[in-house]
Design a protein around this ligand. Structure first.
Ligand code: ADP
Ligand code: MG
Length: 466
């Protein structure tokens, strides 16, 4: 009886949600019994239950109502270990009040922890040992972020800086700072699991877990972390499902006094494409920004870097570099490295003249790198198509789009004529290029996802031009 009813509920549900979601969240459910219009279903884990409640409570409600009637109710029975006896079921009203959420702590949930994952956690925090507080120069540009970070490193999960959110533009030291916090915690609290992950990687892991039906492990893995560091959360923009799962993990960790540290390229309020409720969580703790370093800080950073590499550069040159490169620290480091490389190759002293000529060279070298070839390479990589196809005859949709985007950037970022651009794309004529530029502009106006891709690509290409 209960099986038939549940079967009907499934058909009801199946018509209303995407197949992938249906397979992931409904197929694993086992109907257990039907008594007094209460249908009991067994779900594989606590998380599974929470996910259903958060995302599908209304749908379940409708399904129960249509198959059992308005008095129909639903009970969950949560399995802790597959194959072992089910726990005592607890009743949850399908009207979906949030209260059931907290009640639903199951004894022994920790058993779900997978030893293999734990091991991975312990052995690999994804931290780069070069990123330390010692070599993180303090300046007006980073004082608040640095000292908050230091406080968190000393007392993870205990200060009110939870979550700690560091934001700032590219190359200003976000990754360095949070990794320094991680390294420091590992030193002072060796018993804690510190885990660093870039948001992009987190997203990919989640997608893999969905594909491989290992969501449970994915969740268990992250719920066991003591200090979670998520780098570049702006990457979660428009990734609804990933945000959803992070929201769950975030809540769980936060409620259990675990420390969360995040970075972003903009302040939380400007994080567009992120759910309101997630952004409001980000504001619970402390938000600290990193600014462009001022002249003195740039000098201190250059000197520190030279000291670490055991090299000596006259003060005059240091000042010249600090003066000329004022965009970000990554770039400053790049220039120092080139300077030293040139000097040692040419067996010359590093002096002002050399610095000047190198800086000039670097700028032109970089400029000439953003040629059509580089654009084609970047764009085809981004869209995951072969660069050769951009020049070939094929009219496959994804290739046409990639080709048009590459033409669009070639027009914007190089000095090539329309004719020359066409030539570089398999000998097409200039009207094709004009058409490409127009369609890209149209799509930018009408398709938010596409606009996002173009913006991402712009960022990638710009990193080469500045
Ligand atoms: P972001 O993550 O903000 O893009 P990174 O943390 O990758 O920036 O920093 C870029 C480079 O600049 C790294 O090599 C880092 O070590 C260096 N850096 C950034 N801030 C500082 C600082 N305050 N002192 C010393 N080096 C810094
Ligand atoms: Mg970074």
């Amino acid at each position: 009886m209960h099986e038939q009813i549940w079967g009907k509920c499934l058909s009801f549900i199946k018509e209303r949600i995407p197949e992938q979601s249906f397979n992931t969240w409904f197929l694993p459910i086992v109907p257990v019994r039907l008594e007094d219009k209460v249908l009991t279903i067994q779900v594989p884990s606590q998380f599974f239950y929470e996910w259903l409640e958060e995302n599908y409570v209304h749908l379940l409600h409708e399904a129960i109502e249509s198959e059992i009637g308005v008095e129909g109710r639903l009970e969950y029975s949560v399995v802790v270990d597959r194959g072992s006896e089910a726990n005592q079921p607890y009743t949850v009203n399908v009207s979906g009040s949030a209260s059931g959420y907290n009640k639903a702590r199951v004894n022994g949930y920790d058993k779900y922890k997978n030893p293999q994952f734990i091991q991975e956690l312990a052995s690999d925090s994804n931290l780069n040992p070069n990123y330390q507080f010692d070599n993180y120069i303090e300046g007006d540009c980073n004082r608040l972020a640095r000292s908050a970070g230091y406080a968190v490193a000393k007392k993870p999960g205990v200060t009110s800086f939870n979550p700690l959110m560091i934001y700032g533009g590219v190359g200003l030291g976000k990754t360095h700072l949070i990794q320094a916090i991680g390294n420091e915690i590992k030193r002072s609290h060796p018993d804690k699991y510190v885990f660093y992950v870039a948001s992009e990687k987190f997203t990919n892991q989640f997608i893999d877990a969905l594909k491989n039906n290992s969501i449970q492990e994915f969740i268990a893995y992250y719920r066991n972390v003591d200090i979670l560091m998520l780098d570049d959360v702006q990457f979660l923009k428009d990734k609804e499902k990933t945000q959803e799962i992070f929201f769950h993990i975030f809540n769980h960790l936060h409620q259990n006094g675990k420390q969360i540290i995040m970075t972003s390229d903009c302040p939380p309020k400007d994080l567009q494409g992120l759910q309101e409720r997630l952004v409001s969580r980000f504001k619970w703790g402390l938000t600290a920004d990193l600014q462009q370093p001022d002249f003195e800080t740039r000098i201190a950073i250059i000197k520190k870097k030279m000291q670490a590499d055991g090299i000596d550069i006259p003060d005059q040159v240091v000042e010249y570099l600090a003066y000329s490169v004022d965009t970000n620290i990554r770039e400053l480091e790049g220039v120092i490295i080139s300077l030293i490389a040139h000097a040692s190759l040419a067996k010359e002293e590093v002096d002002l003249e050399l610095a000047k000529s190198i800086l000039k060279n670097i700028v032109t070298e970089i400029d000439s790198e953003v040629g059509i070839d580089y654009i084609q390479k970047t764009v085809s990589e981004y869209f995951n198509v072969a660069q050769e196809d951009l020049k070939a005859k094929t009219r496959k949709k994804e290739i046409v789009i990639a080709r048009q985007v590459a033409m669009y950037f070639s027009k914007d970022y190089t000095n090539h004529s329309l004719k020359s651009i066409g030539y570089h794309f398999g000998g097409r004529d200039h009207s094709t290029v004009i058409h490409a530029v127009q369609s890209v502009n149209d799509m930018i106006d009408t398709n938010a996802k596409f606009r996002y891709s173009v913006d991402e690509l712009k960022k990638k290409l710009k990193m080469r031009t500045v």
